[in-house]
Ligand binder design. Structure first.
Ligand SMILES: NC(=O)c1ccc[n+]([C@@H]2O[C@H](COP(=O)([O-])OP(=O)(O)OC[C@H]3O[C@@H](n4cnc5c(N)ncnc54)[C@H](OP(=O)(O)O)[C@@H]3O)[C@@H](O)[C@H]2O)c1
Length: 242
């Protein structure tokens, strides 16, 4: 059943951008649309999105940047849901011998550099005097302190690098955009193409639908303000160790 408009969002007018609309991204766009009646929800990605965007392509980011101030302002909510764990060429490494420079670079391009360069591209559309959420999906496996299983070198390291890059952004924006709240979010294991090859190791009761994950993530954002910008939080609102 669709969610009712949420009082939290009543004062939020302007636009929202969901980047990388895959399983969780599409569900987030739908959930935000039902909660926030005064936000115009836009999506950006390589396919099936309102705005064409490849986070690993500087020309694509430059096109977004060139039109951001006129096309997206005032941009109140940005949620980056793009992520790369595997594709035809890339597979998470099980051991050192499987590590490849090209795979590390591809993972970092999307999972680490992409979110920061996205922030750079859309910054001109962010209002200075109104609250803004800039959130990006990270992953618990990107936690260095919580790494007990090993493996997945490229994905783990790229998510950890994203966490550091966006924590650093949060500190800069506290000076320059003091009403912006930057949040890194772990969605919980969710049934999407990204997790499909690995989901069988998770009990069905612990595997979220994208809709449930999206609802959790918006619940978490609704509890955040710029005063606590730069946090790494799980779907239940609890901090994840860096
Ligand atoms: N599902 C989980 O269990 C889980 C757990 C922890 C964290 N996460 C994180 O949650 C986020 C969302 O994942 P998901 O589960 O929704 O996976 P998904 O369904 O595979 O969606 C990922 C999206 O990222 C997009 N993407 C990949 N490379 C891109 C690029 N260069 N430029 C723009 N978009 C790009 C993909 O677009 P294309 O269709 O063009 O490839 C796809 O739409 C990811 O950051 C993931 O790491 C997921």
């Amino acid at each position: 059943m669709p969610a009712a408009p949420n009082p939290y969002w009543q004062a939020w007018q302007g636009q929202a951008l969901i980047v990388g609309p895959g399983g969780i991204g599409r569900a987030l766009a739908a959930e935000l649309a039902s909660r926030a009646p005064f936000l115009r929800i836009r999506t950006a990605g390589r396919r099936g999105a309102d705005i064409a965007l490849d986070l690993a392509d500087d020309r694509s980011l430059a096109r977004l940047s060139a039109t951001a101030a006129t096309d997206l302002a005032p941009l109140r909510v940005v949620i980056n849901t793009a992520g790369l764990l595997h594709d035809g060429e890339l597979q998470p490494e099980k051991r050192l011998s499987q590590v490849r420079r090209h795979a590390l670079e591809r993972s970092f391009a999307v999972n680490a550099f992409g979110p920061l360069l996205l922030a750079q591209a859309i910054e001109s559309a962010l209002p200075k005097d109104d609250p803004v959420h800039f959130a990006s999906l990270s992953a618990r496996v990107g936690s260095i302190g919580d790494n007990r299983l090993g493996g997945w070198y490229a994905y783990r390291a790229a998510k950890a690098a994203q966490n550091q890059l966006l924590r650093t952004l949060a500190i800069e924006w506290q000076r320059r955009l003091p009403r912006a709240c930057v949040t890194l979010l772990h969605p919980g294991t969710t049934a999407t193409p990204l997790s499909a090859p690995f989901g069988s190791s998770v009990p069905a009761s612990a595997l979220f639908t994208p809709q449930r994950a999206a609802a959790h993530l918006l619940d978490v954002l609704e509890g955040r303000t710029a005063a606590s910008s730069g946090a790494f939080l799980a779907w239940d609102g609890l901090p994840v160790p860096w």
